[in-house]
Write a protein that binds this ligand. Structure first.
Ligand code: PHE
Length: 342
């Protein structure tokens, strides 16, 4: 009997060796290992054997089955490997496909102006500081000398999230954040670009627009430093021939406060439609940081002074590129957006 079994087994191993596909292997499995196979039929003979022979025979059968099973498995793995190699050899990548014509994007004019302005001030040694667009009433107003019932709140009515949180109406709260972080130790020289929000909507006012805040705090800072800084900026931004003038104005957090005009870059100051025949164009608000604000933000006003200014991003862009409506910045009309590629 054992001889016969060995013969079947060696036949099985030979069949496995010659198998060409996984289907063939499955057939071999059925033929030699299924319940109805000849090999399995020998198992029923166990009944007639004596106890110790039973153990021996069982062991013998197990070894035979183990040999066949492992041989089936390794053949299966070898066939799969071969099939994969054949497939990889056949699959060739075609490098000759024409490239896809991807449109090259460009910066939005809004971000271009931010980059230009920041570059100019970074060149003067300023650091860029950013602040949150969702701001507390405390930072947006109170620390900037605008208490709850102050009439200046009307000019900057904004979107409130709850009693104390709002969409910031100006970038000036970044001043307060930076000053408090510095814990009364100057100097500070920062520029802070970002979005601000107000209850406005017409051709020159949008409910969302951009500002760039500038702040310098040090010992012995005066209006002359502010004027010189803004002159340098205006020439870099609008051309060497620009002159700067200041008109007195009012902001709650600066004293004195000024509105800053540059000589018209369209007519050179003679008077034209752009400057409304005045020869001057208003570009920003500025002033000396109010002693009260310095104090609330942890600086000793007897030791430190500072100046601040706020530039409207779209305003600068509209002047420089002759954009007629602030809403063009936000309508996402590609005919507008792609005009400022350089
Ligand atoms: N935050 C002011 C505004 O939005 C502008 C400003 C900034 C004025 C800094 C003075 C100094 O109107």
């Amino acid at each position: 009997m054992n001889e016969r079994i060995e013969k079947i087994a060696s036949q099985a191993l030979e069949d496995i060796e010659n198998a060409k596909s996984s289907e063939a292997l499955q057939d071999i499995h059925n033929r030699y290992l299924s319940k109805k196979s000849e090999l399995s039929s020998f198992m029923s003979k166990m009944r007639d054997l004596k106890a110790e022979e039973k153990v021996k025979f069982g062991q013998f059968m197990n070894d035979i089955r183990f040999k066949i099973t492992t041989s089936l498995e390794s053949k299966k793995a070898a066939l799969q490997k071969k099939a994969l190699e054949e497939r990889l050899n056949k699959e060739v990548i075609d490098y000759t496909l024409p490239e896809v014509d991807l449109k090259k994007g460009s910066k939005h004019l809004f971000n271009k102006i931010i980059d230009e302005v920041c570059d100019i001030f970074v060149g003067m040694g300023y650091q860029i500081a950013e602040g949150p667009e969702i701001e507390s009433d405390h930072f947006n107003f109170e620390l900037l000398n605008v208490p709850k019932d102050h009439p200046a709140r009307d000019m900057q009515d904004t979107f409130f999230i709850d009693e104390t949180l709002l969409m910031r109406s100006q970038t000036s709260p970044v001043q307060a954040h930076v000053m408090l972080e510095k814990k009364g130790q100057g100097p500070i020289k920062i520029i802070s670009p970002g979005k601000v929000y107000r209850r406005d909507d017409d051709a020159t006012h949008s409910h969302q627009f951009g500002q760039i805040e500038g702040l310098v705090i040090d010992k012995n800072i005066n209006m002359g430093n502010l004027l010189a800084t803004l002159e340098l900026f205006s020439k870099a931004m609008f051309g060497e021939k620009r002159e700067v003038r200041m008109r007195s104005s009012y902001f709650p957090f600066t004293e004195p406060s000024v509105e800053v005009d540059i000589s018209c870059f369209e007519c050179g100051g003679k008077g034209c439609a752009l400057c409304k025949k005045t020869g001057w164009i208003e570009i920003l608000g500025a002033g000396m940081v109010h002693p009260h604000v310095l104090e609330m933000c942890g600086f000793d006003p007897h030791e430190y002074q500072g100046f601040a200014f706020g530039i409207g991003i779209e305003r600068v862009a509209m002047l420089k590129y002759g954009v007629d409506d602030i809403r063009r910045f936000y309508n996402n009309d590609m005919r507008f957006n792609t005009q400022f590629k350089r």
